[in-house]
Design a protein around this ligand. Structure first.
Ligand SMILES: Cc1cc2nc3c(=O)[nH]c(=O)nc-3n(C[C@H](O)[C@H](O)[C@H](O)COP(=O)(O)O)c2cc1C
Length: 177
């Protein structure tokens, strides 16, 4: 029902994403696909990935923000898995109507994402590439879950985000299960 496609280059060293995942991975109906665990050599099994996507109703894209985007293996996953004739274009209806939830964590605080801040733009400026990827594949874009200041906010705030993540997925399962 819910497929979490997770891309963290060092899953064992993660604090924020690991905390988020710990809160949701035991939910019945949630399947976790950790790309860096599955494909340490970057050799993605496209058929297996497409089969997992095909059976999901909600697809979660979860990763730490790297250079204002997705870590390298996740970029490759987009390139190889979401292909013309399957995800978009003529006959490319495999993802049509599925829901998509983007979950990401950033090192910078929300303040740093402003015209005057270190990152020069509001965080919203970095969202469209993800949102439009989903929309291009005819998926429904849900309000993303963004955790800013992942290293600074502390354990309690991280746990709070994790609780909210769980509530969102639980509500989705209750509504669609
Ligand atoms: C290569 C690299 C690039 C990064 N790029 C960004 C970035 O563009 N914006 C940002 O806010 N944080 C950036 N960060 C910080 C990570 O997003 C942050 O360490 C991560 O979200 C923390 O989550 P974790 O505890 O699950 O690893 C970057 C970190 C690395 C290692």
């Amino acid at each position: 029902m819910i497929l979490i496609v997770y891309a963290h280059p060092h899953p064992g060293r993660s604090e924020a994403n690991r905390t988020l995942l710990a809160a949701v991975r035991d939910l019945p109906g949630v399947e976790l696909r950790s790309l860096y665990d599955s494909y340490p050599d970057f050799s993605i099994d496209v058929d297996a990935e497409q089969a997992l996507l095909a059976q999901a109703r909600l697809v979660v894209w979860q990763h730490p923000l790297y250079w204002y985007g997705a870590p390298a293996l996740f970029k490759l996953w987009f390139e190889l898995v979401l292909v013309r004739g399957w995800a978009y274009g003529p006959g490319g209806d495999a993802l049509r109507g599925k829901d998509c939830l983007w979950v990401t964590t950033t090192g910078a605080t929300n303040d740093a994402y402003s015209a005057q801040g270190k990152h020069g733009h509001r965080f919203e400026a970095f969202v469209p590439a993800f949102e439009q990827t989903a929309r291009f594949c005819a998926m429904n874009w849900l309000a993303p879950l963004i955790v800013h200041g992942a290293h600074a906010i502390g354990r309690e705030a991280l746990e709070d985000h994790a609780r909210r993540y769980r509530l969102r997925l639980q509500a989705y399962l209750d509504e669609h299960g």
